[in-house]
Design a protein around this ligand. Structure first.
Ligand code: F0G
Length: 459
């Protein structure tokens, strides 16, 4: 008998979580203006809002924190992290930042100008926000297969090379500061990008003299999928694949809150000394001095250790195995989910789940509310609310898919929690025909509205 995967760790410390009643939750979500970000965490039983900063650190990470060097300049913790980044990712230069979007802010301050175009594979919302804030445009070139949740494709995060070439051909020379590849592609469902696709895109970038930048929040999960799914990589180890992936990048931004398994932190990895010098000025301005950026010494120590733990095969196997376990339970109940399952989350196809709710009434948000009321499980809408309005026409932008994302924190919940989530969603699925309302916006911010939007029910 083939032995199943099992967690590559055991539990030393626990944090109690509390159940509530259906009646309490119905009131709490109403008080929260039907925005799950407004809930208090004690009002949530299983919190799948995000996998960002919600992972459990190891004893080795906690002990590394005690050795943190809090010197303002030249801290040993900075050099420890610099060595880990060079060793694992291959970048000579790096800048610490307080999280991923801060890395975007610093790097894009150097590179992105008004009128620029940045092609990529479904840019993450803060990334798109930092592009549009500078009056530039993010163009999504993800392959069409990503938008059919029933289609089995091993690398739904891939960039469509024809779409990419078209954008390059149609954009005036010098107006594309870089091509941005997000690994894994969060917005398409935590879907990986193959090395074949990365190297094809990189060859095109080189041909046109355009730099390649990776948004690397879940780079280790991407490497794991390459090892498991891509021809020619089964015998390579995850760290070799990571190195090969990054060999195609001129620079990278990182939200360390994901695959580096820390609660806060980020960085920029760079090859060019010149770009490093230019970005350093903005890092000092926005984040902090070059050798700490937005992080304390102890946080840099925990991050350096987390980069090693996050790129271990046995850890990735159990982490991605748990996500797939949840996906499999949902699939067996006939619940429509993005297939194959993503690395960090299961994405429920809300249009197929609740076809009776009109798109302008925020289908995936309606589903997220129903799941919360049913079981105290908090997911997040990845749909029209998140997509924001078009910056010019101010009309709602309707993305290809309306998804409810169930993001799984790393090393945090057990498979019993996954079974609980699956049962909660199954109960909603069984009564889906009785859900006869949608939502209307009462108040919204001009950009990144989903965090603070206030909604009411419409029947
Ligand atoms: N890039 C990707 C692909 C992300 O998923 C995120 C964050 C960021 C950049 C920004 O990083 O949060 O550290 O500033 N994603 C979280 C999520 C928030 O829930 O998917 P950050």
């Amino acid at each position: 008998m083939k032995l199943p995967y099992a967690e590559s760790y055991k539990i030393k410390m626990v944090e109690p979580i509390k159940k509530s009643t259906l009646k309490e939750r119905a009131q709490w979500i109403k008080d929260a203006k039907y925005n799950l970000f407004n809930l208090k965490s004690e009002q949530v039983f299983v919190d799948l809002l995000t996998d960002s900063g919600t992972g459990a650190m190891s004893d080795r990470q906690w002990s590394a924190m005690m050795l943190g060097d809090e010197s303002y300049a030249g801290a040993s913790s900075y050099f420890k992290l610099k060595d880990a980044i060079k060793d694992l990712l291959g970048f000579d230069h790096f800048l610490p930042t307080h999280q991923g979007r801060a890395a975007e802010n610093v790097l894009f301050s150097v590179l992105v100008k008004e009128g620029d175009v940045i092609p990529g594979n479904a840019h993450f919302d803060t990334t798109k926000g930092h592009i549009e804030f500078r009056k530039a445009r993010a163009v999504d070139c993800t392959i069409d297969e990503a938008f059919d949740t029933t289609l089995d494709h091993p690398f739904k995060g891939n960039i469509d090379i024809k779409k990419l070439e078209k954008v390059i051909a149609e954009t005036p020379k010098g107006k594309i500061p870089f091509i941005l590849i997000t690994i894994t592609c969060n917005s398409a469902g935590g879907q990986p990008v193959s090395l074949a696709n990365i190297s094809e895109a990189s060859a095109i970038a080189k041909k046109h003299g355009i730099p390649m930048i990776f948004d690397s929040a879940r780079f280790a999960e991407n490497a794991y999928f390459i090892k498991i799914r891509e021809e020619g990589y089964h015998d390579k180890n995850v760290r070799e694949i990571v190195k090969e992936m990054f060999s195609h990048a001129d620079a990278m931004t990182m939200s360390s809150k994901k695959d580096a398994i820390v609660n806060m932190g980020g960085f920029i990895g760079l090859r060019s000394e010149d770009l490093f010098q230019k970005a350093s000025v903005y890092n000092i301005l926005f984040e902090g001095y070059v050798t700490y950026g937005g992080m304390s010494g102890r946080d840099m120590n925990a991050l350096a250790q987390g980069l090693y733990e996050g790129t271990e095969f046995s850890y990735l196997e159990s982490r991605i195995g748990q996500v797939a376990h949840l996906g499999q339970m949902l699939l067996e109940e006939g619940i429509p989910v993005q297939f194959p399952f993503g690395g960090h989350a299961i994405f429920v196809d809300a249009i197929r789940f609740l076809p009776q709710v009109p798109r302008e009434q925020y289908i995936a948000q309606t589903l997220a509310i129903e799941l919360y009321i049913e079981g105290g499980v908090r997911g997040v809408e990845i749909g029209t609310l998140l997509a924001d309005r078009d910056p010019v026409s101010r009309e709602n932008r309707y993305p290809e898919l309306e998804m409810l994302r169930l993001a799984i924190p790393r090393r945090t919940y057990t498979n019993n929690h996954m079974a609980y989530v699956a049962a909660s969603l199954k109960n909603v699925y069984d009564r889906r025909d009785e859900i006869s309302y949608g939502l209307r916006i009462v108040q919204e911010a001009p950009i990144m509205r989903h965090f603070t939007v206030e909604l009411e029910k419409v029947y």
